[in-house]
Design a protein around this ligand. Sequence first.
Ligand code: CTP
Length: 424
Amino acid sequence: MSQHTVLAGKRVVLGVTGSIAAYKAATLASRLTQMGALVDVIMTEAATRFVTPLTFQSLTGRAVYASLWENAHGGGGGPDDLGSHIAHVGLAERADLLLLAPATANTIAKIALGLADDLLSVTALAARCPIIMAPAMDAGMYENPVTQAHVETLRVRGVHFAGPVVGRMASGLEGMGRMVEPDEIIGHCRYVLGRNGPLHGRRVVVTAGPTREPLDPVRFISNHSTGKQGFAIAQAAVDAGADVTLISGPVALSAPVGVHRVDVTDADSMRAAVLAHATRGNQADALIMSAAVADFRPLRESDEKIKKAEETKRRRPAPFTLELVQTPDILLEVTQQVARPRVTIGFAAESEDLIENARAKLEQKRLDLIVANDITAEDAGFEADTNRVHFITAEGAEALPLMSKEEVGVRLVEWLVERLAEER
Ligand code: CTP
């Protein structure tokens, strides 16, 4: 998991309350820690009935606070440890984020009313940092007008809610009140921590994944793109505070929290979505075209499933000819618009003469930057989690070392931040 996210070095106070979903808070604490956050866990008394302080202490390597009156569990008494009597002030003051996951109906009610009778509610009352709550409770409790009123009160005061969602609950019943999964909660943390970042107020459109060009009702032409690189760029842009639209071909990925996702299938629908979201009356600050748009599509889409020729059925090989035509070049069309995005970035997948070919595309498509990758290189390309890319501009080429697709996304967003700053 990447250390290069908006979570690195951030102080997150994780408040765990008494729900069976508390066991998922252990995963959450572990992931946040792996992503470089400094996680201080506060548990309510009820939470300690479900999971022990030692669990969190082991996962975060830091003291765990479970009482207003007794000392913290573990932590070794280092300079970062707070004595229990001042813990509520100290934890609240130095936190970048207060995350309550799971947040029970009882704790939500207490915080909405300003009650402060345990370390977590005291900390919430003293906190000046953003607060995220991930509710977890029985559907009846969540839907009760009392809980709804408390949620609304907190929302109006700026608390950000992650879920809950409809799903199976501890009671065995289905209903609204299930806590969202840890990865999604982390997405909310990134969104909230990033929202005032360097791309705050900027509109960024990212395309991702392959396109599918239909041949008949059951067949299509496509490619191996997984969308991983584009989704990683969209996440990095959210981390930097951008307002992100992610236009995606068919992929098996869920969109980062906070992005506006637009699903498309073929090159034509991707073209329409890009023009609508990035140009004309809706000019974006940046378009990052990482989708692997199919260059060709079948000339005709058959309404019926295409049958094998009679001869082929009799096992005599008969050539089948498929006529193809070029798809519209989306980037080219975008950069020809008067109201084009301020910055336009393309990708080039090359198997030979990487720099020269990519530079030719940069010029021909009138791009500000092209991210070129050698698809024959080891550990790079469509299905890998890593990429080896070059950033090519009119000024020169920079070869980046082998890095995760997440890191490529971060580097690209850093480049964009600088380029947009130069413009102002
Ligand atoms: N692209 C596009 N519209 C297309 C095809 C590609 O906007 N119909 C974009 C891709 O999203 C990518 C860039 O153009 O950002 C380069 O795509 P690539 O397929 O590598 O280049 P082509 O210009 O199609 O050239 P060639 O296939 O001949 O290498």
